[in-house]
Design a protein around this ligand. Structure first.
Ligand code: SF4
Length: 300
């Protein structure tokens, strides 16, 4: 079983099972008439905050966190996203709504508009970050959700591990900005499913590269984020640069020192960080070193 087949199997299983504590109906195909959509996904939360990563750092925006992730990054700070709750909170500032899982794309779009309305009255540009978990386990949902909110002028950011180019191809037309995490092997734990094992190096790099190509061809802005811990070595970092070499003209490379969390107790040391930065500069990447600003500000 290859990675794509495994992801599809995982998606079917999650939607068939639904939340751990309640049976739910499986997802339906999107309804093409009338602009409505029945594509569904299990969510963890919808909330408003400040983007803490990448080129949009500091921008206020809504966040829609999808449940389910096939990976297990050692630095993962959202382990609560692995399993969908029966209901998920929609944080509107003065009050929270509780919505049942899984949610239809058009309903999720309406909830995001409410969150943006509560948090950004009068804003010139509204944005929503679709994050996870791994949103590309549910590409039809991402596509239909994006179609709904973009019709209202909201720009869609997609945060993904970029391991499934075929899933990304299904929804990329509704994505304005792609934040693709390139996972170095030293930062990956055993995946949730043994069959999802990502071979360090060639196979992961090829999948990631195809995702970036798809987004660039569509005209989306693209950040490739590499999280650095004290375990990362030169060989895997240089391999990542080699994988991205042919795409560097249209991407921003973000080096993100890991925020200690879970199994990661130490971030990258300063000399190593400076050496990784110098390697990227030497290869003429447009590169930034950015920490997770929302963590420093103690924002969600
Ligand atoms: S891809 Fe994201 S949600 Fe999944 S394990 Fe890694 S950091 Fe956590």
């Amino acid at each position: 079983m290859d990675l794509k087949q495994a992801l599809q199997k995982l998606k079917a299983k999650d939607l068939a099972e639904g939340p751990a504590d309640a049976p739910v109906a499986p997802a339906k195909s999107p309804a093409r008439s009338g602009g409505a959509s029945a594509a569904k996904a299990p969510l963890i939360e919808i909330f408003h905050s400040v983007q803490g990563e990448g080129r949009f750092v500091g921008n206020p925006m809504a966040f829609l966190r999808v449940a389910t992730c096939p990976l297990r990054c050692l630095y993962c700070d959202t382990p609560h996203s692995y399993t969908a709750p029966q209901r998920f909170p929609v944080k509107l500032g003065v009050r929270d709504l509780q919505e049942p899982n899984p949610v239809a794309a058009d309903r999720a779009a309406e909830l995001v508009r409410q969150v943006l309305g509560a948090g950004e009255t009068g804003a010139k540009v509204h944005r929503v970050s679709v994050t996870g978990g791994e949103p590309l386990v549910f590409p039809e949902f991402v596509r239909d959700f994006g179609r709904c909110v973009r019709q209202k002028g909201v720009r869609v950011h997609l945060e993904t591990a970029a391991i499934d180019p075929d899933a990304l191809a299904q929804c990329i037309e509704q994505v304005d900005h792609l934040s693709a995490d390139y996972k170095l092997p030293e930062t990956l734990g055993a995946p949730a499913k043994p069959e999802l094992a990502l071979a360090p190096g060639a196979s992961y790099g090829a999948q990631h590269r195809r995702c970036v190509e798809i987004a660039q061809k569509r005209g989306a802005t693209v950040d490739v984020k590499i999280v650095l811990t004290d375990k990362v070595g030169d060989a895997s970092f240089e391999r990542a640069l080699a994988d991205l070499e042919g795409l560097k003209e249209k991407l921003l490379l973000v080096l993100q020192p890991a925020t200690p969390f879970g199994a990661v107790t130490r971030t990258v040391a300063r000399p190593e960080l400076e050496r990784f930065l110098a390697l990227a500069v030497k290869k003429q990447f447009d590169v930034r070193v950015l920490p997770q600003v929302h963590k420093q500000l103690q924002l969600p």
